[in-house]
Design a binder for this molecule. Structure first.
Ligand SMILES: [Zn+2]
Length: 270
């Protein structure tokens, strides 16, 4: 159930599982160079989104990913969201100015309570939803709310789309950039395999697409202001190499150096 993610004006296009809203908790323009993952330590996707929409929260993220794979975008990718707080990474200070932040709906750290496991907001979760593991910044095992498979897969689809669209060199946890102060997304999140999967898929062979318009303009650059190099017939297959603001750079069977087409008129072939 791979998500079809298209970025236009630094936002995902809304779809069945994707909603776009505008959090008031947003800063100035940024050129993101890394991706930072978090858990919400919250009760639900909706409660966390409601929190990030309140000015008094003074907090936000670019995206919130639900346990059912729904995604809410709250801040455009070229504006700073308020997710990292005091943070440093390889000489960078204040990662809000340098990163795209993704919050994963998850209750966070839990404590054993009778037959279940209790969150800080008093909800009790069954053992099946709990991972016992030691955080790499801590000395003892602890209990953590598990992420769902569809949630991790959705985050992976998002991360792949983002590293294709932006020069994101690293995927970090909040616990990497604010160690000691923050422990999310914590040991229940498969960070190592996630990083490997994202950077592996980014480098995948180009994806084959088919032209859906009757005649599709192949242009010299990503936009209607660029010269038309050729017109591609409906049904023609192209390889998508790169995506930028609703446009894709494609080649045709290795015959030409390629050009740019509107993503509205090509469709991926599974
Ligand atoms: Zn965090």
């Amino acid at each position: 159930m791979t998500l079809d993610l298209r970025i236009r004006d630094h936002q995902f296009e809304p779809g069945e599982r994707i909603t776009v809203a505008r959090s008031p908790n947003v800063g100035g323009e940024i050129a993101p160079s890394c991706l930072v993952l978090h858990y919400t330590a919250g009760r639900s996707l909706d409660s966390s989104v409601a929190h990030f929409m309140r000015p008094a929260a003074q907090a936000s993220a670019h995206l919130v990913v639900g346990r059912d794979g729904r995604v809410v975008q709250l801040v455009p990718f070229n504006r700073s969201a308020w997710h990292a707080g005091r943070s440093t990474w390889k000489g960078l200070q204040g990662l809000n100015q340098h990163s795209i932040g993704i919050e994963l709906d998850n209750a966070g750290r839990l404590v054993r309570s009778g037959a279940g496991y209790r969150a800080w907001f008093q909800e009790v979760y069954p053992a099946a939803d709990v991972v016992t593991a030691r955080h790499r910044n801590e000395q003892a095992d602890a209990c953590w709310h598990a992420f769902t498979d569809v949630q991790v897969e959705t985050a992976l689809d998002i991360a792949v789309a983002l590293v294709r669209a932006y020069p994101l060199g690293e995927i970090l946890g909040h616990d990497d950039i604010a160690p000691g102060r923050k422990c999310d997304p914590g040991p229940a999140f498969p960070m190592e395999s996630f990083r490997a999967a994202v950077f592996g898929r980014r480098d995948d062979a180009p994806q084959r697409h088919v032209v859906t318009a009757t005649l599709l303009n192949l242009r010299a650059g990503p936009g209607r202001q660029h010269a038309v190099l050729a017109r591609l017939a409906q049904g023609l297959q192209v390889d998508l190499l790169e995506v930028q603001d609703g446009w894709g750079r494609v080649t045709l069977g290795g015959l030409t150096s390629g050009g740019w087409v509107s993503l509205d008129y090509i469709r991926a072939i599974e």
